[in-house]
Ligand binder design. Structure first.
Ligand code: CP
Length: 317
């Protein structure tokens, strides 16, 4: 593995899930793998889970970690090539990324979309500028259109909680939110579930919230949430803003919130969410605090997913 930006970069979803679960059983078995290697974690946006779990994972492998909140502590970055830098930006990504490439053996970057310019976001302009100029392997800590560490975690969590012989039915459902959110988590979740033959996958959302077909693939899409949730074994709850009417909130119907009413339709489904979650907007207290929620176990698994990814990259260096 040379980089970790999407499911395309991994040697198969089942293999990555196996590696992650091996680390969960024995976190320090490769303590020497990262000796004398340093991971630079660059944040252009906030994070709790990704930031902390990736640091723990790197340390379990013996790596040094440096965290840099470049949005708050660095110079204002210019991301566009060929501009006259006489405005608010102070340092071009050409120099900033190249310099960080001198200090670190691997870079991990979080960069959210602006949700204003679909083309800029969906060409992954920001993370690609870092990749272009850093000269070191790059791990996505969530980019404009994907959150692959979260999706690997989600596959790990489904595998470890599923005890039956048949494939589980996994349903990604849109839920309301007060803010305009990226499509990165649902895009990535769909991409990983579509690439993984251990699950049957479906998507439900109100009309107008269709994901980019590149990610939705051939997954069945339901505009009727009740119909989609029938017999679901896992419900993955997430809000996203419209891809079609780019970045806009076009529906905020509270009937789409995950509550016990929705849960009753399912096959006693386990409820997942990447977190952070707005209680009683996206998921009701009764669900988050009830026996079907596995969101904390899911967040815990972020460590093992990150460790699997970092270990594969280290083995390739
Ligand atoms: N799920 C997730 O990526 O959480 P953070 O944004 O807190 O890192």
């Amino acid at each position: 593995m040379k980089q970790f930006l999407s499911v395309e970069d991994v040697p198969g979803v089942p293999r990555m899930v196996d590696i992650a679960l091996d680390y969960k059983a024995n976190p320090f078995k490769d303590k020497g793998l990262g000796t004398n290697k340093t991971l630079g974690m660059i944040f252009l946006n906030p994070s709790l889970r990704t930031r902390l779990s990736t640091q723990v994972a790197a340390r379990n492998l013996g790596m040094e970690v440096v965290v840099f909140n470049i949005d708050k502590e660095g110079w204002a970055l210019e991301m566009n090539d060929g501009v006259v830098m006489n405005g608010s930006t102070t340092e071009h990504v050409k120099e900033a990324a190249a310099v960080m490439g001198q200090y670190f053996d691997m870079l991990a970057i979080r960069t959210f979309p602006g949700l204003k310019d679909k083309e800029e976001d969906y060409t992954e302009k920001y993370i690609n500028q870092f990749i272009k100029y850093a000269g070191k392997p790059v791990v996505s800590l969530e980019s404009a259109t994907r959150h692959p560490l979260q999706s690997l975690t989600d596959a790990v969590t489904i595998r470890e909680t599923w005890k039956e012989k048949r494939k589980p039915k996994v349903v990604l459902t849109w839920a309301p939110h007060v803010k305009s959110l990226p499509q990165a988590v649902p895009n990535s979740f769909a991409e990983w579930m579509n690439a993984w033959d251990e699950v049957d996958f479906a998507i439900t959302h109100p009309e107008g919230y269709e994901l980019d077909p590149t990610f939705a693939g051939n997954a069945p899409v339901f505009y009727n949430q009740e119909e989609a949730l029938k017999d679901a074994d896992y419900v993955y709850v997430k809000n996203w803003s419209s891809y079609k009417d780019y970045g806009k909130i076009i529906n905020s119907d509270p009937a789409w919130m995950m509550s016990n009413q929705q849960l009753a339709i399912t096959n006693n489904a386990k409820v997942m969410h990447c977190l952070p979650v707005r209680r009683n907007v996206v998921i009701a207290d009764e669900v988050l605090d009830g026996p079907n929620s596995i969101v904390i176990q899911e967040a815990g698994n972020r460590v093992w997913a990150a460790q699997a990814v970092l270990s594969e990259l280290l083995r390739n260096q």
